[in-house]
Design a protein around this ligand. Sequence first.
Ligand code: PHE
Length: 339
Amino acid sequence: MIEQINNLLEEVKGLTAANAEELEALRLKYLSKKGIINALMAQFREVPAEQKREVGVRLNELKNAIQEQFNALKDTLSNKDEELCDIDLTRTSYPTRLGTRHPLSIVKNEIVDIFSRLGFSIADGVEVEDDWHVFSSMNFAEDHPARDMQDTFFIESHPDIILRTHTSSVQSRVMETSKPPIRIIAPGRVYRNEAISYRAHCFFHQLEGLYIDKNVSFTDLKQVLLLFAQEMFGTNTKIRLRPSYFPFTEPSAEMDISCNICGGKGCPFCKGTGWVEILGCGMVDPNVLELCGIDSKEYSGYAFGMGIERITNLKYQVKDLRLFSENDVRFLKLFENAN
Ligand code: PHE
């Protein structure tokens, strides 16, 4: 048996493994349950007592030698693996194609920025609203034709729940929960049941403004809107206010700016008039203040609301409204350098 062990000791020194399979074969042959070492251990039991000591020492030597050889072969193989794996850590990364901001977001951010500088903070409402916040608290009478005018989406099973048709609903949400002075803007998505075409969509975006304090006057409104128009479209921009009607403001007006495409001379965009309408506005109707829990004798305020798509069209002359919601990358890429 000693001779057999000595031969094996010699054999073990010359063992090699070129890959993981060969290494596994070695393990099975020598170190597994049915391998050579275990077989020798079984034989060892039969060794006469006077030889046990010598054979035992040699057998242990063999066992350790095989284990060491196996570990060494395993190490070289895994080093080889690392050498083979060709990651070049010094290489520069692939150019990453960044997304672009949506034109409506670019313009919204710009508007928000202008009003933030004027002291307005952002308020948020909900898109799935109740009739109270969209209509009733905004002074729309129960059978007011304006409720129809706005082509509302109703939820069939809950006639009281609607998709908001304008961001004016945020006015009542804010007034109900805060005390004057209130100076907020509320950008957001609104919904109207319109046939989709190049000039109308069933959803679009608005930005609402509301200022309530003591002694707020129409002059304040006009001044803020002039500042906004000139910041947004350039210092040469003129504004004009035309009388209008909204249930929630009295007096009400629509604001035009001098057409920023032709500079007011008249072009197809302004239909030759030199003016383009950009928003609705007015003094908050005292009824609205009272409905929302604000004393109309102590406080007054103004409100305005503009369409973000409309402002974006003026800035970038987008001819088809549908482009804003199609997410066509070719269209979005045009705004890569806009902001
Ligand atoms: N909510 C109105 C609309 O949807 C706009 C508006 C807002 C008008 C605030 C006056 C004051 O057209």
